[in-house]
Design a binder for this molecule. Structure first.
Ligand SMILES: Nc1nc2c(ncn2[C@@H]2O[C@H](COP(=O)(O)OP(=O)(O)OP(=O)(O)O)[C@@H](O)[C@H]2O)c(=O)[nH]1
Ligand SMILES: [Mg+2]
Length: 185
């Protein structure tokens, strides 16, 4: 479980959750933190599937913003489609990032790897954050799929992994959780 004490809560954190798993994790972080802290944390929850988006519940309404890209029909668990939709709506994401994280000191990008939305859009959203001035103050929280989830999810995870690995090597801050450590969420 994420434990962030009042004392440690000096930085104003922002969370970009991509896809259903990533959005749930970002919503969980911002809901938890916002209960009794001085600075409410912000999140931007990015989805391409309306059903995924609607399934995300959160309490910190003022600090959280949902954004739906594409037609809302989803990606068919295909990261190439996720990339394509993101690319088409890049300006929408850029604007939302500018508006949502004006005061943030550090941004976590959160994704459940293996689907089409988060896996396909992750690297492009990191690049967008870097262009918008957040270079070197970006962290990643990634949920890895289990083998039991099948070859599509595993293959989808493996294809961008080399690039993600490169990102991790050149950054100082990252968190990598196995799914078992996120059972409460
Ligand atoms: N721990 C946890 N993991 C989740 C949850 N939802 C999704 N995941 C993980 O995230 C992975 C990707 O699933 P989604 O987040 O639905 O994928 P997506 O990014 O929305 O992409 P689509 O295929 O377009 O729906 C799954 O294989 C799970 O491992 C959740 O509520 N809790
Ligand atoms: Mg999904």
């Amino acid at each position: 479980m994420l434990i962030i004490t009042k004392k440690a809560n000096i930085a104003k954190l922002g969370f970009v959750g991509i896809g259903m798993g990533g959005s749930r994790l970002a919503a969980e972080c911002t809901d938890y933190i916002s209960k009794d802290t001085e600075y409410p944390y912000n999140s931007l929850l990015v989805n391409m599937n309306k059903g995924d988006e609607d399934s995300i519940c959160y309490n910190n309404v003022s600090g959280q913003r949902k954004i739906l890209l594409g037609s809302g029909k989803g990606t068919g668990v295909d990261p190439a489609v996720g990339y394509y939709i993101l690319d088409k709506e890049r300006i929408k994401i850029e604007r939302a990032i500018e508006e949502q994280f004006k005061e943030s000191d550090f941004i976590f990008v959160t994704v459940g790897l293996g689907g089409g939305t988060g896996t396909g859009a992750l690297l492009e959203i990191i690049k967008t954050l870097e262009i918008k001035g957040y270079k070197n103050i970006i962290g990643l929280m990634l949920i890895l799929p289990r083998i039991i989830q099948g070859s599509t999810k595993i293959n989808n995870t493996l294809s961008p992994s080399t690039q993600i690995e490169h990102f991790l090597l050149i950054k100082d801050e990252h968190f990598l959780f196995g799914k078992d450590s996120l059972l409460m969420f």
